[in-house]
Design a protein around this ligand. Sequence first.
Ligand code: ADP
Length: 696
Amino acid sequence: MVRKEIRILMIDDDKDDFMIVRDIIQDVVHHKYTIDWRPSYEEGLKSIAEKNHDVYLIDYRLGAKTGLDLVKRAIEIGCEAPLIILTGENNFEIDNQAMNAGAADYIVKAAISGQMLESSIRYAIANTNHKKEMQELNAALEKRVKSRTISLEETLSQLKKSQIELIEAKNKAEVAANTAELCSRSKTDFLSCMSHEIRTPLNAIIGFTDVVFDTNLTKKQKEYLNAIKTSGNLLMVLINDILDLAKVEAGKMTFEYAPFNLSNSISEILQLFETKIKEAKLQLTFKFDPNIPEFLIGDSVRLNQIILNLVSNAIKFTKKGSINIAIQMLNEDNGNVTLEFSVTDTGIGIPKKNLSTIFDKFQQATNETSNVYGGTGLGLTIAKQLVELQGGTISVKSKVDKGSTFSFILSYKKIKSKFETENKEFVPKDLFGSPLIKNVKILVAEDESLNQLLISTILEKFGFEIDIAGNGKIVLEKLRKNKYDIILMDLQMPEMNGFETTYHIRKSKNPAIPIIALTANVTTTDVEKCRAAGMNDYVSKPINNKLLYNTIIKYITKEQLPKKRVKNEIHQIYTEQQLTKKKCINLDNLNELTNGNLQVKSKIAKVYLDEIPKLLFTMKQSMDNLDWDALRIASHSLIPSFALMGINKEFETMARTIEKLAVKKENLGKIKELFQKIDLLCTEVFCELKNELIEL
Ligand code: ADP
């Protein structure tokens, strides 16, 4: 290894000292040294600035200045080479000052030897190099840290930017979601509102078409009329589909939970297709598994809707052959049955590639389908939604030109007790227009003049006597003056709607009169609302004449019906409890109390009929006005009436709970829920008591 030459500069005003040091240095054999000399502070500083040397030996005494001054100055001007102080005397103080000023070493001239000088120089150079390296390393490190910091800062600022963007995106998404929710809500509101507006005139169109059909018409006129009716019906189906879909999408589709006779319900639906089947020269068969219980609990209206959709399609897409409807029991346990419904046709079938999308919205098997067969592609979507929302599944199997089978599986609850009814007799074809039913006076509450005319025409055809009231207030007025057998009640009326009117009637002196709702929106909520308001039944618009007739005669009094039908005075809207329980009241207690005195008994019953509606009214009002005291007093006064009429103890407990909650002024929700039950019960009680009074 070639050793590098070390260049030394000695700054000393004494040339002899320089010569001594030079000689000593030259004796050193380990390194190659050159040594230069500058005699003054100024010359020394100048050379230092030129940086041509590796080490500086600086005498402590430099004329007016000291070696320490030079060391300080040299460092100030950026000298990195080691600066070694040479001094004549060994002075600890100077040594200290030299180190503080930044000198690399301190050597006493008198003690100088070659070895000592060499080791001092080498040590100083090594130390300086080391320092330099460290500085470079530090600088490099600092640079790296700096660049890392910069890139971290950049990443951080990117992150911050992304975070801001994310927050902005989230806010936008929230705004969009809110807007969408609002849009969806207004879409549903709009659709529901529009559907009512469209349905009302459409009902009139379809209804009057039926009325005109019964007049003398030429063949051509009948054809035109048929076309009007078909278009009207199609439009109605379309509106109903759109509304249903909007409801499903808005999550507002609810299902009724009421008992129904499955085989009757399906048979009635299939009857609607009789004419179409005959016209198309098709065969229709209905297979019903005899193991299926007669009565089930569930939503029969929605089931009918699904069947109606599938059978309509089957007829629409079948030119010849048959449509077979089958209901089979797949499973039965203590409480439930699982049924498979299938509609099989021998029609055009569906291409394999379309089977997977056939239940999607607006999907038709082929492009020509809508041209040839019409339709919108919504029926199956709705059927699928209705099945799935009730926890079931729907599927299709099909072969082009061979036919299709649409099947769905649904579970229903079984009714525990045997339900005694002769429901079939409620569809008395022989009674249609029968002279046996006489003197039936019906009050029709309907505000639309077209509908008034339509319903009067239908009812007059049945031979019923009718009176019209344009709103609820007029109904109440007419009830005060006249006697009616039944009320047909439109729900949406100005001044006082159908629900409110029913409420007032049930609290009046004639609370038992049967009320049948006429409604264009047969949703579960509406049916619930009708029931809660105290209506006995409902008939949906557009009115099916036979159904209206059958519903009316269900509620006609004993005198007007042939004897054997008396048993059938049963409301169509039941609860399971109502089915198993024959009567709400038990007058044994009252008999005992009055010693069987009919006069006293009837007096008490009349007081009950007078007072209880007032108490219920006060309770309702106090709940609306949050008048806790009035509520407490009224509920307290109600309590003895339950035992008096022999009503199930649970209702007395309900009244007591209301009283307690009213004292605590809390849980209005619970109070309302209990009140509704008591209110419903009282409606029943009034009917029963009124009948008892007639018999007394
Ligand atoms: P729409 O009948 O109003 O077009 P659907 O949703 O009820 O709407 O039916 C969607 C499509 O499925 C129909 O257009 C038809 O192509 C096909 N389809 C449904 N039922 C049948 C069937 N029984 N036979 C053949 N094709 C059918």
